[in-house]
Write a protein that binds this ligand. Structure first.
Ligand code: BGC
Length: 728
């Protein structure tokens, strides 16, 4: 049985950044990187806040890292004891991914004896505005100890500084920092107080951008000295007067005490796991990696609101601008649909509520309807820049086309909304604005169609980028076209239904739209398997794909001049070859596998896999899922493990030049879940009911988990190739 603990048993300074991601704790409102309390901004600590963004000058807009209220360190006999400056006798770091508890224990040798500092912290799941922390200090001598803990306002920022007008206050030992964001002048308040179990002097100091308690005491050998710390956070997004809210919640938290708050937090985690834990008997590695992935998804789910989504790097920092991508709908949504449908609704509501932003974007490119942000921030603002990559050779920004050409994003929104409605049975998502969202996305594709090019009786989509971002501005990317067809078909259903119910928003001419979208769905060109020797049965990813050089991945890799060079774009080493960044045709076939026979699925999997760099963490999961659908769970397995271990093992790209681009990988976590539940267990809906068609890889002997479907919960039990589903 896994113990739901991951740990490091020694200190390696170089691992700090990676561990910041791996040991993250969060509650959807904040994510606290798994860094040590003594770390200053250069070591990338962060309390990353969901949903508030800021822009300084022409820099990229990104989310805020709050003043670091976990900041703490020890002074013993007048000397500072911190890592990495003082080599420890021993050091251990732990994360309970069952309960979102981060802890560390470090022992140092001093001139007069050994001293041990242990800390524990959590971002409360019971009340997202609270962070709880506990310190325990023991020494084997009469040490003169000073525990310094408070708030460090010198935070790590990629494109900051975002916080201005910083005020640091001490009100009777309760410390607070109030600041405003640069662009929109939003107020951010962080408040903290400390309760100690020993008698000792205490002072407050304000120095070097930090406001700190200085807690003095002398240890008796072997005795434990503890301190509890309560951090409360509010912003103007949480309603009026965030400062009083933070202060009064802080007082209340201190009254209740660390253990009571922790119990409440743990109880919420237990409740979440009671619906979402996946048991994989026989394969502890897979079970650990999978549930650890689910831990991350839970930790960043915006349960505290009714409309917000999850950034591509979760709440692990400011990389990817804290923006929301297609990752949510296509990779993470299913996990929430099946284990926590309320959260799934919050995610989809965010898209419906950002329709205006999408309509403005469409209009700015001369389209009708809704063209969703490739990198969505609040209000649907597209944070993607026209120059999203810096060329390593010239140091110049490179023109990239993700924002203007990755039009498959709007279909992902429709896919998410329709899947939500179907899976949960909650059609209220398709109220006025929900229907509008689907229709406007269909209108967008309709306006992008090229009809009868060269006299052919088909409609095409030209000049796009598919999921494989290495090939820019291609015509008829199969994934994009198939998703556009799906959008037209979905819009027709939604419109007909709204017309029947008399709920179609007045501004639409339902009959005309049904006619146009039906025609578009029929005529949009869907690339077909090739009959040409060399790639019989293979669907070309886009027009002319097979004319690209068929170099192997290793041949292309050998052409690298600088290990950080970008593989796509105008001069990218992959651009003129058949090497692709991530699953593209395979993503399409996975979503619509029922429209293709097994042989066709297999032929395409086998053709594309060796030509895929898997340069995105989104890729492996799609290959894993399609392998399951081909009936090859053992072939799926290594891709599943790769996807499930994206944050446990790391290994993804962390730096682009001097720019940190790492963070957690929630889409890979979501894909791992889908592979286990929809792939290995084969959960699908037949005749309005969930059924399973298990096909387990060799190492997994049995599976047990629960899923929600249309408001009802089911227990799924799989042993070998047999499975049962029982309504609860
Ligand atoms: C991938 C995109 C993905 C984004 C965020 C990129 O590297 O190519 O498909 O949406 O990362 O995860």
């Amino acid at each position: 049985m896994p113990d739901w603990i991951i740990h490091e048993d020694k200190y390696e300074e170089a691992d700090g950044v990676l561990l910041g991601n791996r040991y993250l704790v969060g509650n959807g409102y904040v994510g606290i990187r798994g860094t040590l309390e003594e770390y200053k901004a250069d070591k990338l600590p962060a309390i990353n806040l969901a949903g508030i963004y800021d822009r300084v000058g022409d820099n990229w807009r990104e989310p805020i890292n709050l003043p670091n209220a976990c900041y703490s360190y020890l002074r013993v006999d007048g000397d500072i004891y911190t890592l990495p400056e003082r080599e420890p006798v021993s050091h251990r770091m732990e994360l309970s991914y069952r309960h979102g508890l981060f802890s560390r224990t470090t022992t140092w040798h001093t001139a007069r004896g050994n001293i041990t500092l242990s800390t524990e912290r959590f971002a409360s799941m019971a009340n997202v505005h609270i962070i709880g922390m506990k310190f325990a200090i023991t020494a084997d001598f009469h040490a003169d100890v000073e525990l310094l803990t408070g708030i460090d306002t010198d935070v790590w920022d990629i494109n900051g500084p975002h916080l201005e007008n910083k005020v640091m206050e001490d009100e009777n030992g309760s410390l607070r920092v109030i600041a405003t964001t640069h662009e929109q002048h939003k107020t951010v308040v962080v408040c903290e107080s400390v309760k100690v179990n020993y008698a000792g002097e205490s002072k407050t100091t304000v120095k070097d951008d930090k406001i700190l308690h200085r807690l003095f005491f002398v240890t008796k050998p072997g005795e434990k000295y503890t301190a509890e710390k309560f951090v409360t956070i509010f912003t103007s997004n949480d309603g009026p007067d965030p400062a009083s809210k933070a202060v009064s919640l802080n007082r209340l938290s201190a009254e209740r005490g660390y253990e009571a708050l922790k119990d409440e937090h743990v109880a919420v985690w237990e409740e979440l796991w009671s619906h979402s834990e996946v048991e994989l008997t026989g394969d502890e590695q897979a079970e650990t990696a999978l549930n650890y992935s689910l831990y991350h998804l839970h930790s960043i789910a915006p349960r505290h609101t009714d409309s917000l989504s999850i950034p591509a790097r979760g709440l692990s920092g400011q990389t990817y601008k804290g923006a929301v991508f297609w990752d949510t709908e296509m990779f993470m949504l299913d996990f929430f649909l099946m284990t926590d449908p309320k959260t799934a609704r919050i995610l989809m509501k965010y898209r419906i509520d950002t329709l205006d932003g999408a309509m403005k974007k469409a209009a700015s490119y001369g389209y009708d309807g809704a063209f969703y942000a490739w990198e969505s921030q609040e209000g649907g603002y597209d944070a993607c820049s026209d120059y999203n990559v810096t060329d390593v050779f010239t140091g110049r920004p490179m023109r990239t086309f993700f924002k203007d050409k990755q039009i498959h994003i709007s279909a992902a929104i429709v896919y998410g909304i329709c899947r939500y409605a179907e899976w949960t049975g909650d059609n209220s998502i398709l109220d006025h604005n929900g229907v509008k969202t689907v229709i406007e996305c269909a209108k967008f594709y309709y306006s992008a169609l090229l009809k009868h090019v060269s006299g052919r009786d088909i409609y095409e989509l030209h000049d796009v980028i598919g999921p494989d971002e290495y090939h820019e501005r291609v015509n008829n990317n199969g994934y994009t076209n198939r998703m556009a067809k799906f959008t037209f078909e979905s819009a027709v259903k939604v419109i007909k239904n709204a017309m029947d119910e008399g709920t179609l928003p007045k501004e639409y001419d339902g009959l005309k739209l049904v006619e146009e979208f039906t025609d578009a769905a029929e005529k949009i060109y869907i690339p077909q398997p090739s009959a040409e020797p060399g790639h019989v049965g293979v669907i070309p990813q886009f027009d002319g794909y097979f004319d690209k050089e068929d170099a192997s991945l290793s041949q292309v890799r050998d052409r690298i001049i600088n290990e950080k060079e970008y593989w796509g774009g105008a001069y990218g080493i992959a651009s003129d070859t058949q090497i692709i960044k991530q699953a593209d045709v395979v993503t399409w076939l996975n979503l619509f596998s029922r429209e293709h026979d097994r042989e066709e699925l297999r032929t395409n999997w086998e053709y594309y896999e060796p030509r895929t760099e898997h340069g995105s963490s989104l890729s492996a999961g799609m290959y894993a899922m399609l392998a399951c659908k081909i009936g090859e769970p053992d072939k799926a397995y290594p891709f599943f493990i790769k996807s499930a271990s994206a944050d446990l093992r790391g290994g993804g790209k962390e730096w682009a030049g001097l720019i940190y681009i790492g963070g957690t990988h929630p889409a890979a976590a979501g894909a791992a879940y889908m592979t286990a539940v929809e792939g290995f267990a084969g959960i699908t809906i037949e005749n309005g009911k969930p059924v399973c068609h298990p096909s387990l890889p060799k190492s997994i002997k049995a599976m047990k988990f629960k899923i929600f479907y249309q408001g009802k919960e089911y227990l799924v039990n799989i042993e070998g190739d047999k499975g049962t589903i029982e309504g609860l």
